[in-house]
Design a protein around this ligand. Structure first.
Ligand code: C2O
Ligand code: CU
Ligand code: CU
Length: 492
C-alpha cells in the first residue's frame, strides 16, 4: 500500500520535472546564451531617421571621431567611427527628401571626406577627394534624393588615405525608401526582420591591434585580414524570428572577396543589388560579393525549430550565426515581382569608352594612368548615355602565365594579377554584358560596382544625370590609394 503511493508520487514528480524541463527549454530570455558559448550578439547600429518625414527636409549630423573598440575580450583596439567608436549609424531617407548633412571632422590631426557611395548627387556634394574636411571643421552638403529605394553606403575618400580610414572603422549604411519599398510586403522592420550586415576583415594582432601597415602582399592584393567582423563583432550570433528575414549585406572590406553560403546550403532570394530592387527575386544558394558591393537577400527561417542554428559561411569559414527564437515573424512574402527596371537603350549611346585595369602592386593603373587630381581623364556630356567597357587585363607580368591566376588557378585567385571591383561615382549603371554574354540574373539590376576577375570584361551602360567632377576606380582600397583611379567631368 505504502509502496504503491510512493511509486505514484515518483511518477508525478517525474512528470512534473519533465514538464519543468520543457518549460525551462522554452524560457524566452537569453535562451541561447548557453548554446552560443560566450559569443557576442550581432551589434545593430543606431538608425538615423528623418524625424519629420512630411516636411521632406531631413538634417543629419555625422561626426568622424577616434575611439577604442573591444574586438577581443578585455582588449581595446584603437578605432575610428561616426558618432560612435566603430562604423556609423544607418542613415535612412526617402526618395524626394531634401537632405542637409553636417559632417564634422573630429579625427584630431588628419583630413577626411565623406563620400555617399551609390548616391546620385552633383559632384560637389559627392564627398570625393575634392571635398576634404579639415580637422575641427564641418562640411555641409545639401542634396535631393532622386533615385529608387536602395541600400547604399558612406565612407571616407581622402586621397591616398581611404584604405586606412575605412580600415579603422569609418563606414556606414544609407537606406533609401520609396513608394515601391512601401508597397512591397517584404521584411522591413529595422532590427527585427530587416538587418544591416556589414562584413569586413581585419588583421588582428595578439594584443587586439589592427595596425594599417602594408606589406608586399597587401600592396598586391589589398589588405586581407585573419579575422572577419560583422557590424564590428567577431563571429556574432543573431536571434531571428521564425519566418522570413531580410539581410542587407555590404562587403565593407578593403579588399576581400566573399563567397557566401548558408551552412545547410539552403536557398535564399536576392531581392536587391547595389542600386535597388531587382525586377524579380533571384533564388540562389551562393553569392559572391566584391568590396563595396551590396546585396539584399531574404532567408526563410519559417521551417526551423526554435533554437536551430544556421551559419553564414564564407568558403568554410564561419562569418556569423542565426539562431531561431521562439517568436513568429511578421507575415511577409517573397513577391514574384519586385519592381520595373527600365532598360537603358543602347541605341541612345553617343560615346563608348574603354577602361583597362592593369599593373600590380604600386603600379596598378587604369589605361596606363594613375590618379592625378589635376587631370580630368574623361569629359562626359551632361545627360548623355554611354557604354563603358571595362577590362581586367589579367596580365601576369612576373610570370607571364595566366593559368597561375583566377579562382581555380595555382595561386587560388591570389596570383600576381587579381580581381578588381570597378566603381563609378554619381551614377547607377546596368550591366549589358559580362564576357560577351548576358550577365547573371542577380547582376541585371542597378549597380555601381562590378567585380572583374582576371581576363574578364564587362560592358555597362549609364546615363549621366549629375554634373560635376566624379571618380571611377578600383574599390580594392589599397589599389585606389595607389592610384588606380581616374576622374570624369560631367558638363553641358
Ligand atoms: Cu565607395 Cu569612390 O567609393
Ligand atoms: Cu562611390
Ligand atoms: Cu584593383
Amino acid at each position: 500500500m505504502k509502496n504503491k503511493k510512493w511509486l505514484v508520487m515518483m511518477m508525478v514528480a517525474t512528470v512534473v520535472a519533465f514538464s519543468f524541463g520543457i518549460v525551462y527549454k522554452k524560457a524566452p530570455t537569453n535562451q541561447f546564451l548557453g548554446i552560443m558559448n560566450g559569443r557576442e550578439p550581432l551589434p545593430i547600429p543606431p538608425l538615423l531617421e528623418d524625424k519629420n518625414p512630411a516636411s521632406g527636409q531631413a538634417t543629419f549630423h555625422l561626426q568622424a571621431q577616434k575611439s577604442t573598440t573591444s574586438f577581443l575580450k578585455g582588449m581595446e583596439t584603437e578605432t575610428y567611427g561616426y558618432n560612435g567608436n566603430y562604423l556609423g549609424p544607418v542613415i535612412k531617407v526617402r526618395k524626394g527628401d531634401q537632405v542637409s548633412m553636417k559632417v564634422k571632422n573630429e579625427l584630431g590631426d588628419e583630413q577626411t571626406t565623406v563620400h555617399w557611395h551609390g548616391l546620385e548627387v552633383p559632384g560637389d556634394a559627392d564627398g570625393g577627394p575634392h571635398q576634404p574636411i579639415n580637422p575641427g571643421e564641418v562640411w555641409s552638403p545639401q542634396f535631393t534624393i532622386d533615385q529608387q529605394a536602395a541600400t547604399i553606403w558612406y565612407h571616407p575618400h581622402q586621397l591616398h588615405k581611404t584604405g586606412e580610414q575605412v580600415y579603422k572603422g569609418l563606414a556606414g549604411l544609407f537606406y533609401i525608401e520609396d513608394e515601391v519599398s512601401d508597397r512591397l510586403n517584404i521584411p522591413k522592420d529595422y532590427g527585427k526582420n530587416d538587418f544591416p550586415i556589414v562584413i569586413q576583415d581585419k588583421q588582428l594582432t595578439d594584443n587586439g591591434d589592427i595596425p594599417y601597415q602594408l606589406d608586399m602582399m597587401d600592396l598586391m592584393h589589398g589588405i586581407q585580414g585573419n579575422t572577419i567582423l560583422v557590424n564590428g563583432a567577431i563571429d556574432p550570433y543573431l536571434e531571428v524570428p521564425k519566418g522570413k528575414v531580410r539581410l542587407r549585406l555590404l562587403n565593407g572590406s578593403n579588399a576581400r572577396i566573399y563567397k557566401f553560403t548558408l551552412n545547410d546550403d539552403r536557398p535564399f532570394w536576392q531581392i536587391g543589388s547595389d542600386g535597388g530592387f531587382l525586377e524579380k527575386p533571384v533564388k540562389m544558394n551562393k553569392i559572391i560579393l566584391g568590396p563595396a558591393e551590396r546585396a539584399e537577400i531574404i532567408v526563410d527561417f519559417g521551417n526551423d525549430k526554435v533554437g536551430q542554428t544556421i551559419d553564414l559561411v564564407d568558403q568554410e569559414k564561419n562569418v556569423m550565426s542565426f539562431v531561431v527564437k521562439d517568436e513568429v515573424a511578421k507575415k511577409t512574402e517573397i513577391p514574384s515581382k519586385l519592381t520595373d527596371i527600365e532598360r537603358i537603350d543602347p541605341a541612345d549611346v553617343t560615346t563608348t569608352r574603354s577602361f583597362t585595369l592593369q599593373g600590380m602592386g604600386p603600379m596598378v593603373n587604369i589605361n596606363g594612368k594613375q590618379m592625378d587630381m589635376n587631370r580630368i581623364d574623361e569629359e562626359v556630356p551632361f545627360d548623355g548615355t554611354e557604354i563603358w567597357e571595362i577590362k581586367n587585363s589579367g596580365m601576369n607580368h612576373m610570370m607571364g602565365r595566366r593559368e597561375m591566376n583566377g579562382p581555380n588557378g595555382m595561386m587560388g585567385g591570389r596570383g600576381m594579377s587579381g580581381p578588381h571591383p570597378f566603381h563609378i561615382h554619381g551614377v547607377q549603371f546596368q550591366v549589358l554584358e559580362r564576357n560577351g554574354t548576358v550577365p547573371p540574373a542577380n547582376e541585371q539590376g542597378w549597380k555601381d560596382t562590378v567585380l572583374l576577375f582576371p581576363n574578364e570584361e564587362v560592358k555597362v551602360i549609364a546615363q549621366f544625370k549629375q554634373k560635376g567632377t566624379f571618380m571611377y576606380h578600383c574599390h580594392i582600397l589599397e589599389h585606389e590609394d595607389a592610384g588606380m583611379m581616374g576622374q570624369f567631368q560631367v558638363s553641358d
